[in-house]
Design a protein around this ligand. Structure first.
Ligand code: APR
Ligand code: PHB
Length: 394
C-alpha cells in the first residue's frame, strides 16, 4: 500500500488532520487500534475553544456542532460559599462551546468515510520504520493480513500510550504528576445551572459541566489511587452536593448515571515533536491535566500547523514549515501546560496542604473574582489564544 501521509490513531488529532489534508488534495490513511464503536463512545472532556470551533467550521465539519453545541459566554468560579461569574465574551470578546469530544470524533469519522477516506479500525501491531529516509513505512496487521504502508510522512497521533513517541531517538520528556485524580460521571439530568462551575472546597475540587439540555457532566477530586469500588453512587452524590454548594441557593439535580470513570492527572511534554519524516501530534506529544479542558484544543492546534506545513511541502516543496513545527507547536503547548497546571493548583486541595498552601490558592481566586485584568488573563487562556496562520497552505 502507498499513501502520502500515514496517520497512526483515529482520535481528534489523527481524524482532523486526515480531513484537513484531503481538503488540500493530500492523501492519507488512518490506522486505529480500536474499533469504531469504542473510539466514538469514549467519554472525554467537552469544552471547545473559539479557534477550535472556527477550525471545525472552516473544515466543513461543524454542522451538528453548530446545531447542538452549547455556546457559553461565561463560566463560574465558586469558593468560600460564593459564586463569581466571569463574562468571557465581555472580557475578551470570545466564548467557548460545550460539545463532547466523542461527538467531534463521530462527526470527523462520518466526514472522512463520506469523502471516501481510508480509516483502518482494528489495526494491530502498528510499527514505524525508516523514518530517517524519504520513504518511511508503517507495518500493521489488518484482520489476519500483515500489511505495509509506504508513505512520504508518518504522523504519530496515537495518544499518550501510543507507539510513535518511542520511535524518536533522544526525546526529552518533562513530567509532573498531581496528588489527586478526577472521578467523572455522566448523568441523565438537566444541568443545574446554564454554565460550567469550577468549585474549590475544603474537601476538594468539584466541577459541574454538561453535554446537552438533558445530560450533566460532573467531576470530583479523589485520591490518586482511588478505586471506583470505593465510590458508590450515593457517596459520589453526597460529595458533589457538599462541594458544589454555595450560600446563594445552588441546587444540584441528580439523575441516573450513564458513565463513571477515574482520570489520572498528569502534565507531560515531549520534545522534539519531529524526527526525520515522523511527526507527533496531540496526546502522543503532550498531556495536560483536564482542568481548563485544553487537551483536545491542543490536538487541534497541532494538526492545524501540520496541515499547513504539509500543504506547503506538497504545493511548493517547502521544507521550512515542517522544520519549524516543533518550535511553533511548543509555544502553545507550554502556554496550555502552564494554564492547566495553574488552574489545577488553585482549585484543588493537596493532601497535607497547610494554611499557607490554602491561602495561596484562595488569594488567586479572590484576585480573579475582583480584578478585571486577572479575570481577563484567565478568560484569554480559557477561550484560547488566536492562531498565527490558517490550516490551509493556500
Ligand atoms: N496503533 C494504532 N492506534 C493507536 C495505537 C497504536 N499502537 N495506540 C493508540 N492508538 C489510538 C487510540 O486508540 C486512540 O484512538 O490512537 C488514538 C489517539 O487518540 P486520543 O487519545 O484521543 O488522542 P488525540 O487524538 O491526540 O486527542 C487528544 O484526547 O485524550 C484526549 O484529553 C485528550 O482531549 C485530548 C485528546
Ligand atoms: C467537561 O465538560 O468534560 C469538562 C469541562 C471543563 C473542564 C474539563 C472537562 O475543565
Amino acid at each position: 500500500m502507498r499513501t502520502q501521509v500515514g496517520i497512526i490513531g483515529a482520535g481528534p488529532a489523527g481524524l482532523l488532520l486526515s480531513h484537513l489534508l484531503s481538503l488540500q488534495g493530500i492523501d492519507s490513511v488512518v490506522l486505529e487500534r480500536r474499533d469504531r464503536d469504542f473510539v466514538e463512545q469514549r467519554v472525554r472532556a467537552g469544552v471547545l475553544e473559539h479557534g477550535t470551533v472556527q477550525t471545525l467550521r472552516e473544515a466543513g465539519v461543524a454542522e451538528r456542532l453548530d446545531a447542538e453545541g452549547m455556546v457559553h459566554e461565561g463560566l463560574n468560579v465558586r469558593f468560600g460559599g460564593r459564586t463569581h461569574r466571569l463574562d468571557l465574551e465581555e472580557l475578551v470578546g470570545r466564548c467557548v462551546t460545550v460539545y463532547g469530544q466523542q461527538e467531534v470524533v463521530k462527526d470527523l469519522v462520518a466526514a472522512r468515510l463520506e469523502a471516501g477516506g481510508d480509516i483502518r479500525f482494528g489495526a494491530e501491531g502498528v510499527a514505524v520504520h525508516d523514518i530517517d529516509g524519504e520513504r518511511p513505512r508503517i507495518t500493521f496487521v489488518d484482520g489476519d493480513e500483515s500489511t505495509e504502508l509506504v508513505c512520504d510522512f508518518i504522523i504519530g497521533a496515537d495518544g499518550f500510550h501510543g507507539i510513535s513517541r518511542g520511535a524518536i531517538p533522544g526525546l526529552d520528556e518533562y513530567e509532573r504528576t498531581y496528588p489527586y485524580s478526577w472521578l467523572g460521571i455522566l448523568v441523565e439530568a438537566p444541568p443545574s445551572c446554564p454554565e460550567v462551575v469550577y468549585a474549590r472546597h475544603d474537601r476538594g475540587f468539584a466541577l459541574h459541566s454538561m453535554r446537552s439540555a438533558h445530560v450533566t457532566r460532573l467531576y470530583l477530586q479523589v485520591a490518586p489511587d482511588a478505586d471506583l469500588a470505593d465510590w458508590p453512587d450515593e457517596r459520589v452524590w453526597a460529595e458533589l452536593h457538599t462541594r458544589l454548594s454555595d450560600n446563594e441557593g445552588f441546587a444540584l439535580t441528580e439523575g441516573p448515571l450513564l458513565d463513571k470513570s477515574i482520570t489520572p492527572m498528569r502534565s507531560f511534554v515531549a520534545t522534539p515533536m519531529q524526527h526525520g519524516r515522523l511527526f507527533l501530534a496531540g496526546d502522543a506529544a503532550h498531556i495536560v491535566p483536564p482542568t481548563g479542558a485544553k487537551g483536545m484544543n491542543l490536538a487541534v492546534a497541532d494538526v492545524r500547523l501540520l496541515s499547513h506545513a504539509l500543504g506547503g511541502y506538497y504545493h511548493d516543496r517547502r521544507e521550512d514549515l515542517l522544520a519549524a513545527y516543533t518550535e511553533e507547536a511548543s509555544r502553545r503547548v507550554w502556554r496550555a501546560t502552564h494554564f492547566s497546571w495553574w488552574m489545577t493548583s488553585i482549585l484543588h486541595k493537596s493532601p497535607g496542604a497547610d494554611v499557607f498552601d490554602d491561602r495561596l490558592g484562595t488569594t488567586q481566586l479572590e484576585w480573579i473574582a475582583s480584578s478585571r485584568p486577572a479575570a481577563a488573563a484567565l478568560a484569554e487562556n480559557y477561550t484560547g489564544l488566536t492562531y498565527d496562520r490558517g490550516w490551509s497552505y493556500r
